[in-house]
Design a protein around this ligand. Structure first.
Ligand SMILES: *Cc1c(COP(=O)(O)O)cnc(C)c1O
Length: 382
């Protein structure tokens, strides 16, 4: 099998798994209890918090563990909307966000908040001037993702953070696709809140974190015990949290070297496909793009049919976002970039990762052109 869908999920790294296992067994105790093995579990959680904080350049007290990227985004967005409602009811996001951001915004919109959706250019970069103009005295929150999951474009987060700070508006970024792929230093980038997820960086599913900068006030969504300083109730997912921190640590340590390796493989795949297949276009910014992601549109055929044929050859990729897979709607991200719906429906995303080798790329370069040729020979469009 050739797995080229790392932006959807990743295999838990063996080093991460071996750190987690003791906390399913001997170290199972509730970190809130008082005896020795419970204290060990508490220590593991606090060590993990310190590790994550160190990798991101923030304080351990600013890290809150959650059940993943989706919960972190919901907590940041609805948490600010609730707590800061007295200051205004206008909130801003972009048109290319993950559904874990777009849908909380829609939910708030249905409950009386005014939402501005900031457009992107044809390379998928958020229009910062449009964002600046959208701000009103009522604006309480801006949320823009750091790296887009479908096309891999890197957004001007530092610039947006500065605008938000100037105006005294809270700024949240969904950094699920950024952490582990590009350097993320919270000392240098003035965001108020940042979401990350374990299973996108070789950690376990069902665990994530939200960074909340000191002095940023948000309302909890999940009520119960006093866990996570009253911001997120529920007994801590100790093995998950330990796994997440180890995953963040490994990804940070290996980032530079791994990026270079992936860039070589991705560029080989991109150049090879451009040379072998006619009428294809690359989506997203050619430079401001993470090194593992290749999104393209193949004209005159459906992304879904290509995926099916790739799957028959044991190649895993994706078309559009996983969340819209199976629906006939082309990706909202590609449509936001002004790509024609007929073209967008022929989209394909390869996202490379740790276990990929040059052999994998060669195999795709051999198989995909044949698949495209076959599908085009029966295509009703051409
Ligand atoms: C995967 C993903 C999420 C959701 O994270 P989960 O941990 O799966 O809930 C949110 N945002 C982006 C950009 C993602 O890629």
């Amino acid at each position: 099998m050739i797995y080229l869908d790392h932006n959807s999920s990743t295999r838990v790294d063996e080093r991460v798994l071996s750190k987690m296992l003791p906390y399913f067994r001997k170290g199972f105790a509730n970190p809130s209890s008082t005896y020795k093995i419970a204290q060990k579990a508490r220590e593991a959680v606090e060590d993990a918090r310190e590790t994550v904080a160190k990798c991101l350049g923030c304080e351990p007290e600013e890290i809150y563990f959650t059940s993943g990227g989706t919960e972190s985004n919901n907590l940041a967005i609805k948490g600010v909307a609730w707590r800061q409602r007295h200051r205004g009811n206008h909130i801003i996001t972009s048109t290319i966000e993950h559904h874990a951001v777009l849908n909380p915004f829609k939910w708030l919109e249905n409950r009386g908040y005014n939402v501005s959706y900031i457009p992107v250019d044809s390379a998928g970069i958020v229009d910062v001037e449009a964002l600046r103009w959208a701000i009103t005295p009522e604006t309480i929150l801006i949320s823009v993702m750091w790296v887009n999951n479908e096309i891999g474009t890197i957004q001007p987060i530092r610039e947006i953070a500065e605008i938000a700070r100037e105006k005294g508006i809270y700024f949240h970024t969904d950094a699920v696709q950024a952490v582990g792929k590009i350097p993320v230093n919270l000392k240098e980038v003035g965001v108020n809140m940042l979401s990350l997820s374990g299973h996108k960086l070789y950690g376990p599913k069902g665990v994530g974190a939200l960074f909340v900068r000191k002095g940023t006030h948000i309302e909890p969504l999940i009520h119960g015990g006093h866990h996570e300083k009253n911001l997120r109730a529920g007994t801590e997912n100790v093995p998950g949290i330990v796994g997440l921190s180890e995953a963040v640590k490994i990804a940070t340590e290996e980032l530079e070297e791994e990026n270079e390796r992936l860039l070589t493989l991705r560029n080989k795949l991109e150049a090879g496909l451009l040379a072998r297949i006619s009428y294809i276009t690359i989506n997203g910014h050619r430079k401001k793009r993470v090194s593992n992601t290749l999104s393209l549109c193949v004209k005159y055929i459906e992304g879904e049919s290509m995926l099916l044929h790739l799957d028959l050859n044991d190649i895993c990729a994706s078309s559009g976002s996983a969340c819209t897979a199976g629906s006939p709607e082309p990706s909202h991200v590609l449509l936001a970039m002004d790509i024609e719906p007929e073209v967008a429906s022929g989209s394909l995303r390869f996202s490379l990762g740790r276990e990929n080798t040059e052999d994998d790329i060669d195999k795709v370069l051999d198989i995909l052109p044949k698949v495209v040729e076959k599908l085009r020979s029966v295509s009703p469009y051409k």
